[in-house]
Design a protein around this ligand. Structure first.
Ligand code: MD3
Ligand code: FE
Length: 206
């Protein structure tokens, strides 16, 4: 379903076996040296979501090759198979070839029952190529807003385990957030609890 120009939701895109494989991969990434951490905001706040970065390290509000706001570990590489998955995702969502889509960053966000993500824009990438989002585990309310400010109008969409969402074109700079998750709603895919979201992006870095 096209929620807005360039914002396409494909429910149930990943079958349960693929979801399990991604959960296994996320667990390995979380154990790597540059593993799960809660980003500290310049305001002094700490994000309630915990994140693993692949390819490039993201911290508010830039990208680096090493964990510059932590112990300086090298960032876990972005695997080729994840780029293939991103191209298939874009092709399925937009119904067109996507061989030229070359994501080089993945942000893996883990939400426990209390975690939220406030309304924000993703503008730290130096490219305006689409963002691919994959959801695993508990369902959530995903709030998709407008490109002008963090306020209404917005559309609330329920995102479930296995759902794909692609944000490109005029939707790439829309404000968005996750005001709520629904604990205990996830399928049996090897996650004890919580929600995972994987986003694939083009950093525009070299
Ligand atoms: C719309 N993640 O990592 S995914 C983020 O569920 C982020 O963890 C949320 O927002 C999550 O920055 C939402 C959906 C999403 C991701 C990136 C977008 C929507 C987007 C970039 C531009 C526009
Ligand atoms: Fe975002």
């Amino acid at each position: 379903a096209e929620i807005a120009p360039g914002a396409v939701h494909v429910p149930d895109w990943l079958d349960v076996e693929r979801q399990r494989e991604l959960v296994v991969a996320c667990r390995e990434w979380a154990r790597s040296p540059a593993g799960l951490r809660s980003a500290r905001l310049p305001s002094g706040g700490v994000m309630s979501v915990r994140t693993v970065c692949l390819g490039w390290h993201w911290y508010p509000y830039r990208y680096s090759r090493t964990v510059d706001d932590g112990d300086g570990s090298p960032v876990t590489p972005f695997p080729d198979w994840l780029g293939d998955l991103g191209r298939r995702a874009l092709a399925d969502a937009y119904g067109r070839a996507a061989e030229d889509y070359r994501p080089d960053v993945a942000l893996v966000n883990f939400y426990d029952a209390d975690a939220r993500m406030g309304m924000h824009q993703d503008r730290d990438e130096r490219s305006r190529e689409p963002v691919v989002s994959l959801s695993l585990g508990d369902s959530c309310v995903f709030r998709f807003g407008n490109a002008e400010n963090r306020n209404k109008p917005w559309t609330d969409v329920e995102l479930c385990s296995g759902d794909l969402f692609v944000f490109g074109g005029p939707s790439r700079l829309a404000y968005h957030g996750v005001p709520k998750t629904f604990p205990g709603t996830g399928p049996e895919i090897g996650m004890a609890a919580g929600r995972l979201n994987i986003t694939l992006r083009v950093s525009g870095m070299d």
